[in-house]
Design a protein around this ligand. Structure first.
Ligand SMILES: *[C@@H]1O[C@H](CO)[C@@H](O)[C@H](O)[C@H]1NC(C)=O
Length: 332
């Protein structure tokens, strides 16, 4: 029902893009309609959210897996529609969604402190049908996702090689200014270089640990599976949304702590400043910039213009835990 609704909107309102997805020829369903990969995953049974339901929509024969150069970086493209990527005739600037900034789910203009980051996970299995949720380890994070079309991810230098020349990877994201929903896109990947003697530990689900580093799960961590069947984390509300940053124990850049043996320390981090903790001045500036002057809006919420009483078509148009009832955002 939900998927049908989204398809319907994509068809009649091509300008209202609303979300962000990963586009790469090695991604499952890359040859879809250019919008389907952008659809959020919420309240879905396992088979429909796992790999976005696209396990069988494998890349065309001959498409190379995404190369993960150990100790280097991989650049991927994120957009609200394939047509803004270099694969769809766009890509001349670095804006992931020139037609709709709210698609990034971090305010308009984008408030860096509302960016929840994204992560790439790897499973050391070549057959996608063998991959289970507990097989995925987040090996790199970019805390500034999805601010730019082209986004860099640092690859740990000790990544072991893939079995049979191929691993299965997936991208995970969620936004702050949106309903409870997650994003997962599968893609084929392969490690080049690396350390054949290194071993990645059994990944554990992360926990929310803002303000208490001792609470953070150390070592290899799974992605955050939530908002659908078979969650692996505790969701404690809008202010503690799942995120790929220090609030959930992930470092920015290469996850250099995932190895149980053979793995070195050090490694790269992303060149961008992290959002944790932001300097007080940055916080004040960006808060000021992104918070519009008080208006006579019927209520306040974290996504201005999408609070209780705002016009909506689906729950995705409404902030926090509001839903869309008779065309207006309202409490469930
Ligand atoms: C994956 O990487 C390994 C190591 O560099 C290489 O030997 C193999 O050919 C690669 N596989 C593919 C499908 O490119």
């Amino acid at each position: 029902m939900f998927a049908k609704q989204i398809t319907f909107f994509a068809a009649v309102l091509p300008v209202a893009m609303a979300h962000i997805g990963l586009f790469d020829p090695a991604a499952f369903d890359f040859d879809g309609n250019g919008y389907s990969l952008v659809e959020p995953l919420a309240n879905l049974p396992f088979d429909r959210w796992w790999f976005h339901g696209n396990k069988n929509k494998q890349p065309k024969a001959g498409v190379a897996p995404v190369n993960l150069p150990a100790g280097g970086k991989v650049t991927l493209q994120f957009s609200c529609n394939k047509r803004f990527t270099s694969f769809g005739g766009g890509g001349s600037n670095n804006n992931p969604c020139p037609s709709d900034t709210p698609s990034m789910h971090a305010g308009t203009p984008i408030n860096d402190n509302a960016l929840l980051g994204c992560g790439l996970a790897i499973a050391y299995k070549s057959d996608v049908n063998q991959v289970q949720p507990a097989d995925f380890t987040i090996f790199t994070v970019n805390t500034q996702c999805v601010k730019t079309l082209r986004t860099d991810f640092q690859v740990p230098k000790d990544m072991p090689p893939c079995p049979n020349g191929k691993c299965v990877c997936a991208w995970f994201w969620q936004g702050q200014n949106s309903a409870n929903e997650m994003y997962m896109t599968g893609f084929n990947c392969n490690v080049s270089g690396g350390n054949a003697n290194a071993k990645i530990g059994a990944p554990k689900p992360p926990v929310y640990c803002k303000g208490d580093k001792n609470k953070c799960v150390k070592g290899a961590k799974q992605p955050e599976y939530w908002a659908n069947d078979r969650s692996n984390i505790k969701f404690e509300g809008y202010d503690k949304k799942p995120a790929y940053n220090a609030n959930w124990g992930y470092m920015d850049g290469a996850q250099t702590d995932i190895f149980t043996s053979g793995g070195g320390s050090g490694g790269n981090t992303n060149p961008q400043p992290t959002a944790n903790p932001p300097p007080a001045t940055t916080l004040a500036t960006s808060t000021k910039k992104s918070t519009p002057a008080p208006t006579s809006a019927p209520s306040t919420c974290s996504w201005p213009g999408h609070c209780a009483g705002a016009t909506c078509k689906t729950y995705n148009d409404c902030s926090d835990d509001l839903t869309c009832i008779s065309g207006k955002c309202a409490k469930k």
